[in-house]
Write a protein that binds this ligand. Structure first.
Ligand code: 1X8
Length: 318
């Protein structure tokens, strides 16, 4: 096989492997057997080894990259990753609703989303290619953990369209993975992690990507930072658009036309919380229309157009 034939075969294999990975990790709907996937991946790696000039960083073969880092590089967030104000009961949710209505002139709809108990991260895509991933850090300055985030199979290395944007989300460790990781740690005489959030944070702060790659981490994306020519005018549109681009969003979000519907949604998830395969520590409620978000603005550290209803700490995952 000559270089141009290899180039064609490599391109075809990359497309196939990216689609398989998207089906399996993002849609949770595998389209081929692991054997088939591994066979194609091995063929791609063999071709990239035979023709190293054809290797590119966005190749599916490059998920678990290189040698350990010496340290994490600091990165500045173009738009701060803020924390959320909290509500702990129904009355405080109604107070939030009153404040929102005082700050807007029209009817307000909300979007409710599960508050994932993991590590907040930012993913940057340029012309559709994943170029940088960072921790939230103090909201202004985070750490570059791109190599570790590339090992999360549900993070696409290339979006379905060549869009330039920065998205925010929560990397997390599924409950089942947390239990088996702690069993392995205890069997090896190592200190177990206290909870899945610490396990996810600990895994993503490893300097060696090979360790993160073994931790079966996952992610839900839920927000936008910088987005050139953003075509949306509501948060719910953004969630739909992120999904169209191949980004993994949480399927349980719901639009609510008033605070009573928000309270019903919150109460329903108090009951359903143990059924989830990942930990949540509450519900995030956001004003849906972006122009109303803009009118409401921010306090020194939180948006006025969102709040987090907090659940009591979940009983330990064992
Ligand atoms: N600190 C924050 O702004 C957020 C934190 C989280 C979280 N841990 N999980 C989900 C969402 C969401 N769906 O918006 C948010 S937003």
């Amino acid at each position: 096989m000559n270089a141009s034939e290899a180039q064609q075969r490599i391109e075809a294999l990359r497309q196939e492997l990216e689609q398989y990975s998207y089906q399996y990790h993002t849609l949770d709907d595998p389209s081929v057997s692991d054997y088939e996937y591994d066979k194609k991946m091995q063929e791609l790696m063999n071709l990239e080894e035979e023709f190293p000039e054809l290797q590119t960083p966005d190749s599916p073969s490059q998920r678990v990259g290189g040698k350990p880092l010496d340290a994490f590089v600091k990165v500045q967030h173009d738009i701060p990753m803020l924390s959320l104000g909290n509500a702990f009961n129904e009355e405080e949710l109604r107070d939030f609703d009153r404040r929102v209505k005082n700050g807007t002139d029209a009817e307000v709809s909300y979007v409710c989303e599960l508050k994932i108990d993991g590590l907040a991260v930012s993913l940057k895509y340029e012309d559709g290619v994943f170029v940088r991933g960072a921790t939230r850090g103090d909201g202004t300055t985070g750490e570059d953990i791109t190599k570790n985030l590339r090992t999360i199979r549900s993070i696409p290395l290339r979006l379905k369209e060549p869009v330039t944007l920065e998205v925010r989300g929560e990397a997390y460790m599924p409950k089942r993975s947390f239990v088996s990781l702690n069993e392995a740690k205890e069997a090896g005489g190592e200190e177990p992690f206290a909870n899945p959030r610490n396990a996810a944070a600990g895994s993503l702060r490893q300097l060696d990507p090979k360790i993160a790659a073994k931790r079966n981490l996952d992610i839900f994306l839920y927000g936008i930072g910088v987005w050139e020519d953003d075509p949306t005018d509501a948060h719910s549109d953004r969630l739909e658009r992120m999904k169209e681009l191949g980004l993994k969003t949480n399927p349980e979000w719901q639009k609510c036309t008033n605070i009573d519907e928000v309270i019903d949604y919150v109460n329903s998830w108090v009951e359903r919380r143990p059924d989830l395969d990942y930990e949540i520590d509450g519900i995030v409620i956001k004003v849906d229309r972006l122009d109303q978000q803009e009118a409401l603005g921010f306090t020194a550290k939180s948006p006025r157009w969102a709040t987090a209803f907090k659940f009591p700490a979940e009983e330990a995952v064992t």
